[in-house]
Write a protein that binds this ligand. Structure first.
Ligand code: EPU
Length: 418
């Protein structure tokens, strides 16, 4: 299994191009199940999760042709089997995004239940409840969701709590339903808005994406289109924090600053100065860093997907910060590893209390999810000596060419194979 060797102590400098958003590309690919015409996607990140979903879609009957590193053409003349097997769903929970489109297109879906994951239980009960409200008959058997519906019917659905892929699944299912669907307490994430933009370009009637209430007017069929996936705000936030941690000066290119307001707000309070253009952001050396509390929240709040990276930043800031994770119940796996590198972090329920600044020293570390792994790379950049980050496959799932991008900014980082 590949590892990354990071030798810390270099202030990052230069420019980095941000890839397309993994969490927007995945639902966009799943949406290709909704039509027999071709859906062309551009700015798709070259990451493992995208390839895993392409494999699953291929099994379902979608031809997934790669036209270039970031361009895909997807076409589903017909769904050959409406089944997403355990082996793929267990590898990537986002596979559950095929449930809504399969049901809408064929009236049937058999999708493995994802099971727990490293960051929390992550049930899909809200997806299922919503589909039931659209008239689907749903049974759980042999670890699978078996869903059937002659034709889905529009309904009013109120999510008990915000769910991103739940909103996306229901929005996709409702595009081909009979009548109008209203989703209340919907997720407002930019990735949801991007999916709505794609679906609208395919002929769907959708209003209100980006607000708490989304209205979908069902249509008999959708058609093909071309769509450019939005930039990855989590990757962008990761580079901003990497620059801040190393006292560097970095320019991010091909970003959407409007999606990063909560991150800008927090980094400003920590003492960092940012210059923001139309599609670029420049971060300057902001030392000394000041501690600041954080609570993760659904968008437009501060994203849980940057909590681990922010925690590393707080180990380098003066004072005490309290970091509260409200989205996932077990998203602190990076804490013991950061402690091994010298960080002072106490856990109390869903809050981590970080005392800074503490010098970090390199160590062999490992994590079992994508963002925790990213935080360990960042800690390695700030640490004295050498850090070996194990299980790089977690990073490869969601960060395109991480060592090349950091290397181009001057970081001493290399992949060790085997
Ligand atoms: N939840 C339920 N029942 C449901 C659905 C969700 O209890 O039916 C709970 C979850 O267990 C969690 C909370 O609700 O505690 C929020 O989960 P949500 O459904 O919003 O998360 P998700 O859609 O499974 C997406 C991203 C995650 C990101 C979260 C939160 C994709 C493919 N994944 O997951 O991204 O952390 O939203 O913003 O879009 C990552 O990229 O590293 C990642 C984990």
């Amino acid at each position: 299994m590949d590892r990354l060797r990071v030798t810390g102590g270099v202030a990052l400098s230069g420019s980095v191009r941000v890839s397309g958003a993994k969490n927007a590309a995945l639902p966009a690919m799943a949406a290709a199940l909704l039509t027999d015409e071709e859906v062309r996607l551009d700015n798709v990140p070259d990451v493992v999760d995208v390839r895993t979903l392409a494999r699953l879609l291929g099994d379902l009957g979608t031809s997934c042709e790669r036209l270039g590193r970031h361009r895909w053409a997807l076409r589903t003349p017909e769904v050959t089997t409406p089944e997403a097997p355990w082996d793929l769903v267990r590898r990537m929970r986002a596979s559950v995004l095929v449930l809504g489109p399969l049901l809408a297109r064929t009236g049937r879906a058999r999708v493995s239940l994802p099971g727990g994951c490293a960051i929390g239980e992550r049930p899909i009960d809200r997806h299922l409840e919503g589909l039931r409200r659209l008239g689907a008959e749903i049974r759980l058997e042999h670890g699978y969701v078996e869903a059937r519906a002659e034709r889905l019917r529009g309904a009013e659905i109120t999510f008990e709590d915000v769910t991103v892929t739940g909103t996306e699944n229901l929005m996709m299912a409702a595009t081909l339903a009979e009548g109008e669907t209203v989703l209340r307490n919907a997720a407002r994430e930019p990735e949801v808005v991007d999916l709505a933009d794609l679906l609208r370009a395919m002929g769907a009637g959708i209003e209100g994406a980006g607000t708490r209430t989304i209205t979908i007017r069902g249509v008999p069929r959708l058609h093909g289109t071309e769509h450019r996936v939005i930039p990855d705000r989590i990757e962008a936030g990761t580079w901003l924090i990497a620059a801040a941690i190393t006292g560097g000066k970095v320019t991010l290119e091909a970003v959407e600053p409007a999606h990063l307001e909560a991150v800008f707000d927090k980094l400003g309070k920590v003492g960092l100065s940012l210059e923001v253009g139309r599609d670029w952001i420049r971060i300057g050396n902001g030392r000394p860093l000041r501690s600041h509390d954080l609570v993760t929240e659904p968008y437009p709040g501060f994203p849980t997907d940057l909590q681990a990276q922010y925690m590393v930043l707080m180990t380098q800031a003066g004072g005490t910060s309290r970091i509260t994770e409200t989205i996932f119940e077990r998203r602190f796996m990076h804490v013991p590893e950061l402690r091994r590198m010298g960080a002072s972090i106490e856990l109390s329920g869903n809050t981590a209390i970080v005392e800074g600044p503490t010098p970090l020293t390199g160590a062999e570390v490992t994590a079992s999810d994508l963002r925790a792994s990213a935080s360990l790379v960042l800690a390695g950049l700030a640490a004295r000596g050498e850090t070996i980050v194990h299980r790089v496959y977690h990073l490869d799932r969601g960060y395109e060419a991480i060592e090349e991008k950091l290397g181009a900014l001057g970081a001493r980082i290399e992949r060790l194979s085997g």
